[in-house]
Design a protein around this ligand. Structure first.
Ligand code: PEP
Ligand code: MG
Length: 572
């Protein structure tokens, strides 16, 4: 049987599946029928088992993970918590409920303490869930353990789950929820894990089913023939050889340079990006550094991270996005007010305008980091006193979720006052494309975030699998907005990049260039494919492909029309 979903990336995976356990339901608050001593003995056994398991996993993991797991192991054996559970059992709670309430109480205490302690709250939640799972006799939550490599099947993955994936074990991902631009998809793409999201029927794939996961086709074949498997293995080998092609700068067949930049969440990914031939960073998602923080990071804390990134890309361009809090990337210190429609709420530049000091601190840290790398100096003339020209980093800073010229004027003014020399905006809200000429009056550049631009243009939540078919940046409505931005950039003589996931789709990348986009930023894993596709088309051909896409009446028709025309070009 073939299941369909939205493919992430273009790679293929072959192997047996393993399911992620479903999230645990909260234990019901009911009167216990179990005698208290027996319930307490069961809880003690569960706590001991979880504590030992966490310690063993820590030993296996080593490094920083071991410290975290050891700390969690101690949380499971903590005498104060054990005493609290015992009291609650005495009050008539069930074993599961007593564990749940005791850990929740300590969790709230940690949150109130703030800072480092508050950041441990989620670790405590995890221990609590593990103990409850043990009491229920079900699998512990989180990524399943296995000695052999597998393809992970899940309802959806939290960013923390994806970050902890063991890439030697997890060959591919299949999720029931999520669209192509959900953060799970973005993280999967950045780790080069073939993934299919929004797969209806994923919940019925039994553990151990041997599947062929084809991300380019968006399919999961749960009963592949021998020749399907052979074909898939050959494609895996072909992709490996493409990755070994020379690392030339991005360019069209006629030589037009289209810089290929990397999307990164921290300097940890710098070596991989440079190895893939990234010509700089086109999107540094700074919020990824502080997702766990409950208080705003200080200027000094931020400086360390930014300097690390800028040094890693000395001699190149780095486009930094200021903190982008949103429904999918909650930053409690920026906006933790409950909202009915968070995607339409106080997020991006709106949240920063409401907490201006956070924006000021970040821009200050960025300006200092640039000074540290390029040589300290007085602002203005002679600023770049140190370092040879080739060592200097070219820092550009941009604001997310800019709606109009007022947002752009606000951000670029504050940024320049704080010493940022190149200040621009992201075009993610459709209104920004409609007034692009006005935005260019203040912005030095625009970078199009096609993930959010698609979500807002088609009114389709990027986190929701049921509308994944609408979250397609091939949609002519999205491409028309890209075309408006490209034209406005040309008129203003200013660059227009794309840093959304659309830039990582090789053929769509050519269409974007045909619409006036001057650079492309993507997960390093996609650079080789995009470089190869750009080199197959001249600018005139790219423009013809763009015209074909704009004329189509749906995303899938645009994709088909462009694929056909591109094939004809290749033949002709
Ligand atoms: C986008 O919206 O396209 C984008 C690049 O930002 P993010 O995916 O981080 O929201
Ligand atoms: Mg965005």
């Amino acid at each position: 049987m073939v299941l369909n979903g939205v493919g992430v990336g273009r790679s293929v995976a072959v192997g047996p599946t393993l399911r992620m356990p479903e999230p645990l339901a909260e234990p019901v608050d009911e009167v216990s029928t179990e005698p208290q001593p027996e319930a307490f003995a069961r809880v003690q056994a569960a706590l001991a088992a979880v504590s030992a398991d966490l310690e063993a996993r820590g030993e296996k993991a080593g490094g920083q993970a071991q410290d975290v797991l050891n700390a969690q192991s101690l949380m499971a054996a903590d005498p104060t918590i054990v005493e609290d559970i015992e009291t609650r059992l005495g009050d008539g709670r069930t074993a599961e409920r007593a564990v749940f309430e005791a850990y929740a109480g300590f969790r709230d205490l940690l949150v109130q303490m703030g800072g480092y302690m508050a950041e441990r709250a989620t670790d405590l939640d995890d221990v609590s869930r593990r103990v409850i799972a043990n009491l229920r006799g079900v699998a512990a939550p989180g990524i399943p353990e296995s000695d052999a490599p597998f393809i992970l099947v899940a309802h959806d993955l939290a960013p923390a789950d994806t970050a902890l994936l063991d890439l030697d074990k997890v060959m591919g991902l299949i999720t029931r929820e999520g669209g192509p631009t959900s953060h799970t998809a973005i993280l999967a793409r950045s780790k080069s894990i073939p993934a299919i999201v929004g797969v209806e029927g994923a919940e019925n794939i039994a553990d151990g089913t041997f599947v062929v996961l084809d991300a380019a086709a968006g399919t999961v074949d749960t009963s592949p023939s021998d020749s399907d498997v052979e074909d898939a293995r050959q494609r895996i080998a072909e992709r490996a050889s493409l990755a070994a092609a020379p690392l030339t700068p991005g360019a069209l067949a006629d030589g037009t340079a289209i810089p290929l930049l990397a999307n990164l969440g921290s300097a940890d990914g710098a070596a991989e990006a440079l190895a893939a031939g990234a010509e700089g960073v086109g999107l540094f998602r700074t919020e990824f550094l502080f997702l766990d923080a409950s208080v705003a990071p200080t200027v000094d804390e931020q400086f360390v991270e930014y300097e690390r990134m800028l040094r890693a890309f000395a001699g190149k361009k780095v486009v930094v996005r200021v903190l982008d809090a949103g429904a999918d990337k909650p930053l409690s210190f920026l906006n933790d007010a409950p909202e009915e429609n968070p995607a339409l709420g106080l997020r991006g530049i709106r949240a920063l305008r409401a907490s201006e000091q956070i924006l000021i601190d970040q821009l200050t840290a960025l300006a200092r980091a640039e000074e540290a790398v390029n040589g300290a100096g007085v602002l203005g003339a002679g600023r770049h006193g140190g370092g040879g020209a080739s060592e200097r980093v070219d820092l550009w800073v941009m604001a997310p979720m800019v709606a109009d010229a007022d947002d752009s004027e606000y951000f670029t003014t504050v940024a320049r006052e704080l010493g940022i020399q190149v200040a621009g905006v992201m075009a993610e809200v459709p209104s920004s494309a409609l007034v692009a000429d006005q935005i260019f009056e203040t912005a030095d550049f625009v970078s199009i975030g096609t993930n959010d631009l698609t979500q807002y243009t088609l009114a389709a939540d990027r986190l929701l699998g049921s509308v994944a078919n609408l979250q397609d940046p091939w949609h002519p409505a999205v491409l028309r907005l890209v075309g408006m931005l490209g034209r406005a950039g040309l008129d203003a003589g200013k660059p227009v990049g794309v840093c959304g996931e659309a830039a990582a789709d090789p053929l769509l990348a050519v269409v974007l260039v045909g619409l006036g986009v001057t650079s492309l930023s993507m997960t390093p894993a996609a650079i080789a494919d995009v470089r190869a596709e750009l080199a197959r088309h001249t600018r005139a051909e790219a423009e013809a492909l763009a015209r074909a896409a704009l004329k189509a009446t749906s995303a899938s028709r645009a994709r088909i029309a462009v694929t056909r025309l591109a094939a004809a070009n290749a033949v002709g």
